[in-house]
Design a protein around this ligand. Structure first.
Ligand code: 1VU
Length: 275
């Protein structure tokens, strides 16, 4: 099942990590990258590996965000074989060759079931998204918008329209590659839950199925937005039933609107998101 909320937890904050599984997120992304200063990298890596080795995640997906560059291999080696690990978020992926390197390392470690989510954080990475999405073990894309904005000189306004192309492009690239929808970006203003809701609703309409969070307060909003409403579910069930029972190619829904196979596929996507 596709996770709705992905809560970043700093890998160097044992207090946060200790309670993170109880915060309601469908997935945790334990961070070894930007949340951890250079002097703390080794200790955080060890602490996260020990935590992963001991934890029972239940239904929660556990991801680790690993560093780019020369720290990546040590990070991957430390966590890849933990049975609790779902996958790796690969920070600052720039080129498809990096995915082949990570794949080879994971294979050498015997970590066959570990999947990866490249994080695209530069203009060059965004433009290479189709090649990156086709890489080995890739199940979804994410964009690091703060880095991307710095790289491309973007200053987002309140309605975030400056990021519309990038956000929509990730949906198109993911659908074309046959991977899960992208994970939406973090909102750093974690106290403004109304703005979070508005922007998450826009992402949901655009084709996103989940979003990253930096604070537990954001999780409930994100989960709610990405859970189909009762009305949506009732409509979807009715449309699928009518379509299957009628045997017709084109029919009408309960409001008299045309239903064809494409509408039924959309209804089935809604039902697939039921938990
Ligand atoms: O009530 P308690 O004391 O039990 O817990 C606090 C606090 O520890 C906890 N909490 C979290 N737990 C798990 N994961 C989190 N991310 C998290 N944040 C907070 O919730 C209770 C209330 O916390 P608070 O309101 O007092 O908030 P703090 O001042 O403790 O923390 C605020 C920050 C922003 C520092 C914190 O939320 C945080 O560290 N967030 C994640 C930062 C991070 O990982 N950044 C890098 C990834 S984002 C990115 O790079 C974008 C691509």
């Amino acid at each position: 099942m596709i996770a709705r909320s992905h809560l970043y937890v700093p890998g160097n904050a044992p207090d946060k990590l200790g309670k993170a599984l109880g915060r309601g997120a469908d997935a945790l992304i334990v961070d070894l990258e930007d949340a951890v200063p250079p002097a703390g990298k080794d200790a955080a890596r060890e602490a996260v590996a020990a935590w992963l080795g001991a934890v029972d995640p239940g239904p929660v997906q556990l991801w680790v965000r690993v560093n780019p560059g020369e720290l990546r291999e040590a990070d991957v080696r430390a966590v890849a074989t933990a049975p609790a690990l779902t996958g790796l978020v690969l920070a600052k992926v720039e080129a498809p060759a990096e995915l082949a390197e990570v794949d080879a390392l994971l294979t050498a470690l015997g970590a066959e079931r570990v999947v990866v989510a490249p994080l695209l954080e530069s203009a060059a990475a965004v433009l290479r998204a189709p090649q990156i999405a086709a890489g080995p073990r890739v199940v979804r894309l994410q964009v690091g918008e703060a880095d991307l904005c710095a790289d491309a000189g973007i200053t987002p306004g309140a309605d975030e329209r400056e990021l519309l192309w990038v956000r929509s492009q990730m949906v198109m690239v993911s659908a074309a590659a046959g991977i899960d929808p992208p994970v939406g970006p973090v909102s750093t203003d974690f106290r403004d839950l109304d703005a979070l809701r508005a922007s998450t609703l826009a992402l949901a309409r655009m084709g996103y199925a989940g979003r990253a969070c930096i604070h537990p307060a954001q999780v409930a909003v994100v989960n709610e937005v990405f859970t189909p409403s009762e009305e949506e579910v009732a409509w979807a069930r009715d449309v699928v039933t009518r379509f299957e029972e009628s045997g017709a190619g084109v029919l009408l829904d309960s409001a008299g609107r045309m239903v064809d196979e494409a509408v039924v596929r959309r209804a089935r996507r809604i039902l697939a998101r039921l938990r």
